[in-house]
Design a protein around this ligand. Structure first.
Ligand SMILES: CC(C)(COP(=O)(O)OP(=O)(O)OC[C@H]1O[C@@H](n2cnc3c(N)ncnc32)[C@H](O)[C@@H]1OP(=O)(O)O)[C@@H](O)C(=O)NCCC(=O)NCCS
Length: 185
């Protein structure tokens, strides 16, 4: 299973406080960002609390620098009984150039309020939700660009006032709005 994220799970400007003594962004900071990005993706499969059980195969390919815009893309790659495995790809926007810098896999376990593992997708009330995978964004709630939800809806006046003809003989909605009248024929 590999869905492709529609939107980044995390975007953050790297600040001086993120730097290590040699001037690169500290690896621990990047791990924290990766962890958050994966947890955000895990939300697509589980509506409640998750804890990180493992972070695997972290590869720091290129350094991240102060002023870089860090962009984390996270996808769910596997859903188990209680666990969700995610793949996180990190890139930076440095002066307009996009540079891939890091990759990692992180696994999360769905837990209840006491921290005890529960089946993925289980809500507090015991109901189960289906995972939302491909082309889904937790922030825009699945309204992918270009989908019908984003297209301008045809305007129709909802008022039920009668229409009258103007001087030119065109029908005009009585309420004065310029929207297409509901009862236009
Ligand atoms: C995560 C935790 C709840 C798991 O509890 P547990 O009873 O030991 O659970 P299990 O060993 O049965 O593993 C649970 C799931 O995680 C998976 N898992 C466990 N260890 C794993 C590892 N090293 N890598 C990948 N997946 C792992 C298991 O395969 C299982 O998945 P499945 O149910 O989908 O088949 C428990 O270990 C815990 O609380 N750990 C601390 C979490 C934490 O503090 N994280 C840091 C801050 S968020």
């Amino acid at each position: 299973m590999e869905a492709k994220a529609k939107c980044p799970s995390l975007v953050e400007l790297m600040m001086p406080e993120h730097e290590n003594p040699s001037g690169n962004i500290f690896g621990g900071v990047l791990l924290a960002k990766i962890d958050i990005a994966g947890a955000v993706a895990a939300r697509q499969a589980h509506p409640g609390r998750v804890v990180t059980v493992a972070m695997d195969s972290v590869i720091f390919k290129k350094p991240v620098l102060r002023g870089d815009l860090l962009i984390c893309w996270a996808d769910i790659v596997k859903i188990g009984k209680t666990s969700i495995t995610t793949k996180i790809r990190v890139e930076v926007n440095r002066g307009g150039e996009i540079i891939p810098v890091t990759e990692a896999e992180a696994t999360y376990v769905a837990v209840d309020a006491k921290g005890v593992k529960i089946p993925v997708g289980t809500r507090d009330d015991g109901t189960v939700v289906k995972p939302k995978l491909s082309d889904y964004c937790i922030a825009c709630e699945g309204e992918a660009a270009g989908k019908s939800e984003d297209k301008p809806k045809s305007k129709k006046c909802k008022c039920s006032k009668k229409q009258k003809k103007n001087k030119k003989g065109n029908k005009k909605h009585k309420c004065g709005c310029s929207e297409k009248a509901k009862n236009n024929k």
